[in-house]
Write a protein that binds this ligand. Structure first.
Ligand SMILES: Nc1ncnc2c1ncn2[C@@H]1O[C@H](COP(=O)(O)OP(=O)(O)OP(=O)(O)O)[C@@H](O)[C@H]1O
Ligand SMILES: [Mg+2]
Length: 253
């Protein structure tokens, strides 16, 4: 399966994507996590040592086209699969993590890393790999560039007016783009009414419901994965249900 988590800033994309990826890997699938957020995030929820590095310089080649513009591509002979096998960070439960080079400051030039990351996205490993993406908050990139590998977009929505509105707009953008499926995950839910409201106000199919869970915040403060901090807690349990639901859809009747 190829899923990408999108939604308003702070809705819980990284917390859920990291947990989702590890749970999926725990079922025996080979999982590649794609972190397209230039700011730190999913490494923590995966429990992978944090690094700012994207693809190394050696992975990307540049040349100039006729107009003098620089063009970037993966080094000759390096495929997307090769880049994943060679450069992805190995995490718990066998997950592989490939990330956009993180923003470091005004002098930090990561143009080549960013282009290389996009080239990998356009040439991802096929059969035998599942992909879980953590996209930055916002509206444009998910559907146009960084998330175009996704077969399913999971919009993470909190029961707050701003998050609901963002979810609804993302749903519209996704449908304008066409093909992929878009579903909503209600996060930080306190009452059953919250989940109902999230489904109704976004107009999206409700794929999962994750309760408000102080354990997520505690894990964040400790810099730990929720799955390591509280493996049987409410978030881990809800994400297991989400993974089960998406996996069972794929199985032939
Ligand atoms: N189910 C939950 N219950 C309680 N708190 C949660 C839950 N999910 C996420 N949080 C908290 O919400 C905050 C934002 O979570 P997270 O970083 O995963 O969101 P994000 O959507 O990835 O944010 P960003 O847009 O900044 O990347 C964190 O403080 C996290 O602990
Ligand atoms: Mg995040």
């Amino acid at each position: 399966m190829r899923v990408a988590f999108v939604g308003k800033g702070g809705a819980g994309k990284s917390s859920l994507a990291g947990t989702f990826a590890r749970v999926l890997a725990g079922t025996g699938e080979r999982v590649l996590v794609l972190d397209s957020d230039p700011m730190p995030g999913v490494a923590f929820s995966l429990g992978v040592p944090r690094t700012d590095a994207g693809l190394p310089d050696e992975a990307v080649e540049a040349d100039e086209d006729g107009d003098g513009r620089r063009r970037y591509r993966l080094r000759a002979g390096l495929t997307g699969t090769g880049a994943v096998e060679r450069y992805a960070i190995r995490g718990p439960d066998g997950v592989h993590l490939l990330q956009l080079g993180k923003a470091r400051g005004p002098r930090w030039n990561n143009t080549a890393q960013h282009h290389g990351f996009q080239r990998v996205i356009d040439d991802l490993p096929g059969d035998g790999w599942s992909v879980v993406g953590d996209l930055p908050g916002g509206t444009r990139q998910p559907f146009l560039t960084w998330g175009r590998y996704a077969e399913t977009f999971l919009v993470v929505v909190e029961p707050t007016p701003a998050s609901l509105l963002t979810g609804r707009r993302l749903a519209r953008l996704a449908s304008a783009r066409g093909s992929p499926r878009v579903a909503v995950v209600a996060n930080k839910v306190l009452h059953p009414e919250d989940a109902k409201q999230v489904a109704e106000r976004t107009g999206l199919e409700l794929a999962g419901v994750v309760p408000f869970d102080p354990g997520v915040e505690t894990a964040d403060r400790l810099g730990k994965a929720v799955l390591d901090h509280d493996p049987l807690g409410p978030t881990a349990t809800a994400v297991r249900s989400l993974v089960d639901a998406l996996r069972s859809e794929r199985e032939p009747a």
